[in-house]
Write a protein that binds this ligand. Structure first.
Ligand code: NAD
Length: 454
């Protein structure tokens, strides 16, 4: 299937440009003759040639979907990195440091946005205004004004934005969705959801731009938007009111010594978080070789005084369908994973997932379904290979191979889902700042619905 050049798939590709736009009109490509039709590939440009852009959305896309898409331009603010990216991806296309120039010269069908979070809005909006569909990494953007601007631009353009919520596609999370859809625990009334980032992965966010609120929107937006999206999707509803607590008590200013970066650090022998990136050729090529252009240090000190995000967060959410959620995010746990429980009118559904841990792992994740006054059942969901629990590949198959395939679990996400996920994080952040609950309806013109509109 991967490399199939069958007509159905070609047909769908030709169709997607307009089907996605929701106009019901024939796209320019659709009016081509059969011969040209079979040759047409989607013309893609990518902006933000960092780790996510070059692997997930660069090399992997070319390798696995190169028969249906082609890169016609790569862009990054860092001229060295974009040059390296071209070689790494193996793309035969020009590189740019100016996005507008790239759009003008390459006339793409689709823009893929994988830049720093707070810059997504610029490329999404310019892409739409140039008549392109857009695939954007999460979070869609980082504040409510930018979110509104994206919503307005999409409505005006008639083009389509895909927000890449890969977490929805992992088999374990899909199984939870299936059990909820079957109403095995009746109607859900409340949910406990607690996510633990470990001292490796969690710490990594504080080494880089994610530690700057103005770039990442804090981890309530950058990271928790994944989790908030899962909640919105699992609960099939939209968040209405949010209250949050958060603090920075571990990383950043909370240490007696600090440096600029790990390489050359005088505290290397006493810092438990010392990270030797020189052992990783890929990181050296991508980041260290190009830091002369922008001073972006991949091994930046996680004790920097300039870090201004929270490292522990607790959020209370009331959904439009009355479900109440208690959520928390911890960033310096000894192991990584999450714990979730849905309480329903007929029982309880719970799961405990460990993604990385210092002891041997089972090759499956468990789910427990317990009926009130009845039985309890343990369900084992085998691990599937690939990034983010197998979610990355399954999502890309849906986007590039077969977007018109049935979406039984409602995993495909657009701007409304993208907005609801970040608005929840933005509301929590605003609540922490003000000490008051925040209504989602006060942030943009989207009004939360008891049943999530599809
Ligand atoms: N869905 C997921 O699971 C997942 C995983 C990792 C990253 N991401 C997302 O992917 C995006 C990129 O993350 P990353 O880890 O690759 O970061 P990164 O720092 O490795 O790459 C970001 C790149 O964007 C470039 N950039 C920054 N501002 C720019 C601008 N104004 N114009 C052009 N280029 C600019 C930087 O130079 C850098 O090369 C982020 O939005 C992140 O949230 C998603």
């Amino acid at each position: 299937m991967k490399d199939s050049k069958d007509m159905n798939r070609r047909d769908f590709l030709i169709k997607t440009g307009t089907a996605a736009a929701g106009l019901g009109l024939a796209s320019p490509a659709a009016s081509l003759g059969l011969e040209e039709k079979t040759k047409a590939k989607k013309r893609i440009v990518l902006v933000g040639t960092g780790i996510r852009g070059t692997d997930m959305w660069g090399r992997d896309v070319l390798k696995n979907y190169g028969d249906v898409v082609e890169f016609v331009g790569l862009c990054d603010i860092n001229s060295g990195r974009v040059q390296y990216a071209k070689e790494y991806i193996g793309a035969n296309c020009p590189t740019f440091t100016n996005f507008d120039k790239m759009l003008q010269e390459t006339k793409p069908d689709t823009v893929i946005v994988t830049t720093v979070d707070a810059t997504h809005n610029e490329f999404i909006i310019k892409g739409l205004e140039s008549g392109c569909d857009v695939i954007t990494e999460k979070p869609m953007t980082t504040d409510e004004a930018k979110c509104q601007a994206i919503l307005d631009a999409e409505r005006k353009s008639g083009k389509k934005i895909i927000v890449t919520f890969n977490y929805r596609y992992s088999p374990h999370r899909q199984k939870l969705k299936e059990i909820l859809m079957q109403k095995r625990i009746g109607e859900v009334t409340s949910c406990d959801f607690h996510w633990y980032l470990d001292t490796s992965h969690g710490a990594d966010y504080f080494r880089r731009w994610h530690g700057q609120r103005e770039k990442s929107g804090t981890l309530l937006v950058h990271k928790a938007s994944h989790h908030f999206d899962l909640l919105n999707w699992w609960l099939e509803s939209e968040p209405q009111e949010v209250f949050g607590y958060g603090a920075l008590e571990f990383y950043g200013k909370n240490n007696e010594f600090r440096s600029e970066k790990c390489r050359g650090c005088e505290y290397k022998s006493k810092c438990k978080f010392f990270f030797d990136m020189t052992k990783d050729k890929r990181l050296m090529n991508l980041y260290a070789d190009n830091e002369k252009y922008d001073n972006y240090f991949r091994d930046g000190c996680l004790w920097r005084n300039s870090i201004n995000i929270f490292d522990k967060m607790a959020v209370q959410i009331k959904y439009a369908n009355n479900v109440q959620v208690s959520y928390s995010l911890t960033t310096y746990s000894p192991y990584e994973g999450y714990r979730i429980a849905f309480n329903g009118t007929k029982g309880r559904l719970e799961a405990w997932i460990q993604e990385r841990q210092p002891w041997p792992m089972e090759d499956y994740d468990q789910i427990r379904v317990t009926e009130n006054f009845g039985k309890t059942e343990l369900i084992n969901v085998p691990h599937s290979g690939g990034g983010h629990g197998g979610g990355d590949t399954r999502m890309k198959d849906k986007i590039f191979k077969n977007p018109e395939a049935e979406d039984a679990y409602g995993q495909a996400a657009g701007t409304r889902d993208g907005a609801m996920a970040i608005l929840l994080g933005i509301a929590a952040r605003n609540s922490i700042d003000t000490g008051k609950p925040v209504k989602i309806a006060d942030l943009t013109d989207l009004k939360p619905q008891p049943k999530r509109p599809v």
